[in-house]
Design a protein around this ligand. Sequence first.
Ligand SMILES: CC(C)(COP(=O)(O)OP(=O)(O)OC[C@H]1O[C@@H](n2cnc3c(N)ncnc32)[C@H](O)[C@@H]1OP(=O)(O)O)[C@@H](O)C(=O)NCCC(=O)NCCS
Length: 154
Amino acid sequence: MADINRDPEVGRYLNRPVDEQAVVAFFGQIVDHWERHSYGPWAVESREPGNAGRFLGFAGLAHVPPFLAAAGPAPELGWRLARSAWGRGLATEAAIAARDDAFGRLEQVAIISIIHPGNERSQRIAVKLGMKRRTRIENPVIGIDVDVWHQRRG
Ligand SMILES: CC(C)(COP(=O)(O)OP(=O)(O)OC[C@H]1O[C@@H](n2cnc3c(N)ncnc32)[C@H](O)[C@@H]1OP(=O)(O)O)[C@@H](O)C(=O)NCCC(=O)NCCS
C-alpha cells in the first residue's frame, strides 16, 4: 500500500495529501480503525488466474475524519487501487462487495463517499453503485469544495 500511496497519480484527488509521513502512518491507522470499530477498509487482492493473491489496494468503510464532519455521521465507502489495476472494473467490483457487506453484515443504514469534483473515475464508480450526489462541502485541508455522494440501504 505504501508503494501505491506514493504514486502521485493515485494521490491526485484524495481528500488529504499523502506525504511520506502519511504513507508510513497509513497501515497503523487502518489496523487501529479495525480494532476500534470492528470494521474498516478491506485489502483487495487479485483473483485473476496467474495473478491470484496479488495485493491491489483497498476498498471499504471508514469513519469520516473530523475535518470533513460536515459530510454527516454515515461512514464513508472508499476505494484506492494501484494504477496498474485501473480500467478493468476491479475498483467497482471491490466497492460493490464492500457496499453489500456494509448494508448486509454490518447493518449500516446509509453510506457516503466524499469525492473531489475532478475525480471522474471515482464519480463513475459512485454512479455504478447507484449513489446520488447530495451536497458539496468545504474540504479545508485541500482548500476546495468536494461532493458528498450518498446511498441508503434497500
Ligand atoms: C478511483 C479508482 C479506484 C478507479 O479505478 P478504475 O479501474 O478506473 O475503476 P473501475 O473499476 O470503475 O473501472 C473503470 C473502467 O474499467 C472498465 N471495465 C472493464 N471491465 C469492467 C467491468 N467488468 N465492470 C466495470 N468496469 C469495467 C470500464 O471501462 C470502466 O470505465 P467506465 O466506468 O467509464 O465504463 C482509481 O482511479 C484509483 O485508485 N484512483 C486513485 C485513488 C482515488 O482517487 N480514490 C478515490 C477517492 S474518492
